[in-house]
Ligand binder design. Structure first.
Ligand SMILES: C[S@@+](CC[C@H](N)C(=O)[O-])C[C@H]1O[C@@H](n2cnc3c(N)ncnc32)[C@H](O)[C@@H]1O
Length: 352
């Protein structure tokens, strides 16, 4: 069968399957030692996340908030506010004088904010954490910071946002809709080499060069602008992997690049040493191995390469003390209740 015929067969099969799976829950989870952020379809009419329940189910809620070791009058930051599940739990445990700053770069998250005088919403990328903490005069005074990385269920479920290959829509994938670069811009303007790098580094796709070449060839005839255009073009390369896993890797790679997720995470982690006070807690939930490796190295060694630095006398120089030596994973019960939690890993440390 020729590539075009295969692509057509793929679309017909996809439409047929999506008709039957319309109300089912499905998960794209672990891929060897590489994980993709889990995409689930949990609620039938869960399209725009217009109820708080539908927006996002918080992952490792008690374990992560316990990890902050909250002081009722303390100052806390949730750098990934989303549906506000973690923030609401933090506020529930805070006293009247406590304070919480919630960051999110997505305007949609703001609609989930509580009316609470102890809470301040910051609609910004968390890469500007230090500047905002300086502005609010709490630099070096923060008792705990929580980061629940990646995107929310709302992003996957809102077909207008283009994060999901389950829907046909524009290839957007921006968490911050004011930022200039969409997934379509990347696909249509990056060089073949740069595209291959994105697929290889952020999707760990074995055929990254072949995929990049196919896209560059196709866009010469017509720009690739929708998720069905992309799926149809890549369908001939799915090979023996399952279609969902393959497409999850492709979409994840593009999403990480669109939002410069690794750059933002590096910037955030580097600033935590200045933002947290001694004894302050850093609690991070990751969803794929690339971000988890950065967090693990940074919490253990204070750098992203995992190099141990020592002083003149051979004492280890580290900005954090690990609170849990072993990574914390969701319980079987949580994974069953919320399949999106399956790839989550929780790490925490204390500022020395
Ligand atoms: C996994 S969700 C957090 C869910 C949240 N903990 C809850 O319980 O509802 C991640 C959120 O962080 C936001 N986000 C991701 N990267 C960001 C960044 N660099 N700056 C600001 N917000 C970011 C996303 O827009 C998304 O709403």
């Amino acid at each position: 069968m020729g590539a075009q015929a295969q692509a057509c067969a793929f679309i017909v099969l996809k439409t047929f399957l999506s008709f039957f799976t319309g109300n089912l829950q499905f998960v794209y989870g672990e891929i060897s030692n590489f994980t993709v952020q889990t995409e689930t379809k949990s609620t039938k009419n869960n399209k725009m996340g217009n109820s708080k329940e539908a927006y996002h189910i918080p992952v490792l809620l008690n374990e992560s908030v316990d990890g902050l070791s909250l002081r009722p009058e303390g100052i806390y930051v949730d750098v990934t506010y989303g549906g506000g599940g973690h923030s609401r739990e933090i506020l529930r445990r805070l006293g009247g004088q406590g304070r919480l700053y919630g960051f999110d770069q997505d305007a949609d998250a703001e609609a989930n904010c509580p009316e609470d005088s102890r809470f301040v919403f910051v609609r910004a990328n968390f890469r500007y954490l230090r500047n905002f903490m300086h502005l609010y005069k709490v630099l070096g005074k923060v008792d705990g910071l929580l980061a629940d990385l990646g995107v929310s269920s709302h992003h996957f479920d809102d077909k207008e946002r283009g994060f999901s290959f389950r829907f046909d829509g524009k290839l957007d994938m921006r968490m911050n809709t004011r930022s200039p670069r969409t997934a379509a811009d990347i696909i249509n303007n990056y060089s073949e080499e740069a595209l291959a790098k994105v697929f290889y580094l952020y999707g760990e796709l074995k055929q990254s060069r072949v995929l990049a070449h196919a896209l560059v060839q196709a866009r010469q005839a017509k720009p690739v602008s929708t998720s069905s255009d992309l799926s149809a073009l890549l369908a001939p390369f799915i090979g023996r992997e399952k279609e969902n896993k393959f497409m999850a890797q492709v979409f994840q790679a593009l999403r990480i690049e669109v939002n410069d997720e690794m750059g933002a995470l590096r910037a955030l982690l580097s600033q935590t040493t200045e933002v947290l006070k001694p004894g302050g807690r850093l609690v991070v939930i990751t969803y794929h191995s690339l971000e988890d490796r950065l967090v693990k190295n940074f919490l253990r060694d204070g750098n992203f390469e995992g190099k141990t630095e020592q002083d003149f006398y051979g004492n280890k120089q580290v900005p954090f003390r690990l609170v849990n030596n072993r990574v914390i994973r969701p319980s079987t019960e949580e994974m069953e209740r919320n399949p999106r939690s399956r790839s989550a890993k929780l790490r925490m440390a204390e500022r020395v």
